[in-house]
Design a protein around this ligand. Sequence first.
Ligand code: NDP
Length: 263
Amino acid sequence: MKLFAIFGDPVSHSRSPLMHNSVFKNLNYKACYTRVHLRDGSKLKETFFALALSGANVTVPHKEAAYKACDEVRGFAKKVGVVNTLINENGKLIGYNTDADGFMFAIKEFGEVKNILVLGAGGTAKALCARFVQDGIKVSVLNRSEDKLLYFKELGCESFTWNDFKISKYDLVVNTTSAGLKDEELPAPLELIKEILDNSSFAADAIYGKMTPFLKMAKEKNITYKDGADMLLGQGVLANELFVNHELKTGDIKLHMSKSFEI
Ligand code: NDP
């Protein structure tokens, strides 16, 4: 029996255990997935091996710590320095990032998106922005504080704090902050969010399973919006493929993972 887990702080909200266990149980794959509340990201690697995990997901705020903890980082994660999926490969910790591809899957229904405003500058924002830039999308970033913005400037994004923000028109605005996750906060001051939504065609939130104040406001303004559930599904399918070393069919993984959203 293989053991998998998700590390985060907070982590009690995570639907990942339900999603992955639904796949393992229904496809008779001998594995179990649990959650680990980890406060200190520097303890990630030792905790992973102390629990004898075969693999794990990493959520807020440890994705950059996860990157540092890896013996080897592969694919897109290497480019962005952010890891959300860990695999135990013969006692070595291998890191991947499945968030960005998961998000691209989620916004397909918005059609062609050429201009995106990203709220937040944490690990998720890094992965998404690098992916958007790779796809030729114009990206602006707005964050509460200045110190994380350098990465985005170097990537070629316009980047602002709340104090120096200059508004444009956006096809899509995405909340990647944790504002609204465990509180009722907006990702930026009220007047800024109102102005942003008045200039955006679509709104998306990385947070899932609740109507955040940001999405409530998008709804009030009749903007087409979506929460982070499809992003979660997309990144989860890709992570599960890595967990089972591609032994299960992608379509079957997706089917049973989607069913867990009905629980
Ligand atoms: P990080 O901790 O790396 O980054 C958090 C960001 O949010 C920082 O830019 C921080 O700003 C900002 N922030 C935090 N609190 C507030 C606030 N009250 N007001 C404004 N800005 C705030 O987090 P992650 O990038 O890992 O995750 C961000 C969110 O995305 C989480 O809610 C997570 O659950 C969600 N997520 C969902 C996924 C899905 O599959 N649906 C996948 C990945 C993430 P500052 O720099 O000023 O501190």
